[in-house]
Design a protein around this ligand. Structure first.
Ligand SMILES: Nc1ncnc2c1ncn2[C@@H]1O[C@H](COP(=O)(O)OP(=O)(O)OP(=O)(O)O)[C@@H](O)[C@H]1O
Ligand SMILES: Nc1ccn([C@@H]2O[C@H](COP(=O)(O)O)[C@@H](O)[C@H]2O)c(=O)n1
Length: 212
């Protein structure tokens, strides 16, 4: 009897810890993992390189249609300014449609999958078995992002990063198409006062309780 694919959706604002949790959860449950933010970052990065207007929807869709999800270079795409550009192209409905189709193909893996992003539990995989919505105070998220940028050898000014995250959160939450919001059946996890390991333990408790 074919096993029902076990899909875990992890959503939340920038730097809340979604990607870190998604990778650890995917390892623990033996599932493939997709950071859907990288798909928007890959399109934005290509548009920046080609000096295209971030509002050029036709160009964005053309780039999205050539994306190979198995070849997304997380290191090259993790730059803070690419995240900013990604949130600009992410408002384009036809681009979202193209990327959501690719993300759904990834989620259709027979064993299941873990996907993290902004609209996984609401749009990409509304029937996901588990939906986690990860939050943390924006001040804590700015601290984490600063630490991450400095660890990569770049400079980061806390006040600038804080303002960028607040702007990105607003853009993601207030856009018309697929705004960032928790699915009605999402399980909320506030990681503000949790270490990575504590957040992972709490997430696994939520998943195991839901599985049983
Ligand atoms: N609970 C935590 N406590 C402290 N630092 C954390 C915690 N979770 C993640 N981090 C760190 O915060 C930074 C951002 O984490 P991560 O990339 O997982 O966030 P994200 O929600 O996926 O961000 P984005 O949506 O911008 O990609 C990383 O450097 C990560 O190591
Ligand atoms: N499912 C998603 C994932 C991401 N976005 C947009 O991309 C930006 C970058 O995402 P990161 O997770 O790498 O920070 C993000 O700010 C969103 O605007 C999206 O719309 N849907």
């Amino acid at each position: 009897m074919s096993r029902h694919p076990f899909v875990i959706a992890i959503d939340g604002p920038a730097a809340s810890g979604k990607g870190t949790l998604a990778r650890k959860i995917a390892t623990r449950y033996g599932l493939p993992c997709l950071d859907t933010g990288l798909t928007y970052r890959a399109v934005a990065h290509a548009m920046l390189k080609q000096k295209l207007d971030m509002a050029d929807e036709a160009a964005a869709v053309k780039i999205a249609e050539t994306l190979d999800l198995s070849a997304l270079d997380a290191a090259a795409l993790s730059a803070h300014e690419i995240g900013e550009a990604a949130s600009k192209v992410a408002v384009l409905p036809l681009l979202r449609h193209a990327l959501v189709n690719a993300q759904r193909r990834f989620a259709a893996n027979p064993a299941g999958a873990v996907l993290d992003g902004r609209d996984i539990g609401t749009v990409v995989c509304p029937d996901a078995d588990i939906k986690l919505y990860i939050i943390a105070d924006v001040e804590e998220r700015a601290k984490r992002r600063c630490k991450e940028i400095v660890a990569r050898g770049s400079a980061a000014v806390y006040e600038d990063i804080l303002a960028d995250l607040q702007r990105r959160d607003a853009r993601d939450m207030n856009r018309t198409t697929s705004p960032l919001r928790p699915a009605d059946d999402a399980l909320l996890l506030n990681t503000t006062k949790l270490s990575i390991e504590e957040a992972f333990f709490a997430a696994c408790k939520l998943i195991d309780a839901q599985k049983s």
